[in-house]
Design a protein around this ligand. Structure first.
Ligand code: ADP
Ligand code: MG
Length: 198
């Protein structure tokens, strides 16, 4: 459990907005350990594969979008989740291949859940204050759909430990992932805290 890993991608807008350091700082501050990192420019095929690693992603993302519209009393562009996701996937390919991204793996207790909490909900308009998406960007489903583009929300983060395992394989080779100790792990995880006093 202490060695749970999660994949984080700083999307092209995160790099263009100069937020790489700020985003990394949040994950460092919470006590997670960076075990891999690289800058990449990826192609559309890589992005389609990434988002469809989870066979349920199309349905879940479509349903989430429809619910987001309805919660605001708005009519969704379609009632069919799969039709909505087909459009989202096309716009995601444009968005995610528009410039370099930074791919990272963060490790630590509950890494997947902790990172999702810090990143915040998909739609910046409704993501919580204090989260990365809530604090640093201002997009909405209504605005991105009107302009026929992807929602710009700075970051991708794995949604579950199973998803993170598949995504890590898709983005990193084994030899790019480092197994090492951080001094701070003692205070986070050591049971007896018996290494402090001289
Ligand atoms: P998350 O990134 O929060 O896990 P999803 O996996 O549901 O969200 O969607 C992947 C990405 O697709 C989102 O981060 C966002 O950039 C984009 N996206 C999702 N839903 C929509 C939508 N309704 N309109 C435009 N872009 C969307
Ligand atoms: Mg997702």
């Amino acid at each position: 459990m202490k060695k749970e890993k999660t994949l984080v991608i700083i999307k092209p807008d995160g790099i263009q907005r100069g937020l790489v350091g700020e985003i990394i700082k949040r994950f460092e501050n919470v006590g997670l350990k960076m075990v891999a990192q690289k800058m990449m420019v990826v192609d559309e095929e890589h992005i389609e594969k990434h988002y469809t690693l989870d066979p349920e992603w199309r349905r879940i993302t479509g349903e989430k979008t429809i619910a987001g519209y309805k919660a605001k009393g708005l009519t969704p562009p379609s009632e069919d989740p799969l039709e909505i996701t087909a459009r989202i996937l096309e716009t995601l390919k444009v968005y995610m291949t528009s410039g370099p991204v930074v791919a990272m793996i963060w490790e630590g207790a509950h890494a997947v859940g902790i990172v999702r909490k810090l990143v915040g909900g998909t739609e910046p308009l409704t993501s919580d204050v204090g989260t990365i998406r809530g604090d640093y960007v201002l997009d909405s489903y209504a605005l991105s759909d009107k302009d026929g583009r992807s929602i710009r929300n700075l970051i991708h983060a794995s949604g579950s430990p199973e998803e993170s395992q598949a995504e890590i394989k898709h983005w990193f080779k084994d030899e790019e992932i480092f197994d090492y100790a951080l001094v701070s792990e003692k205070i986070l995880y050591d049971v007896n805290l018996d290494g402090i006093m001289e």
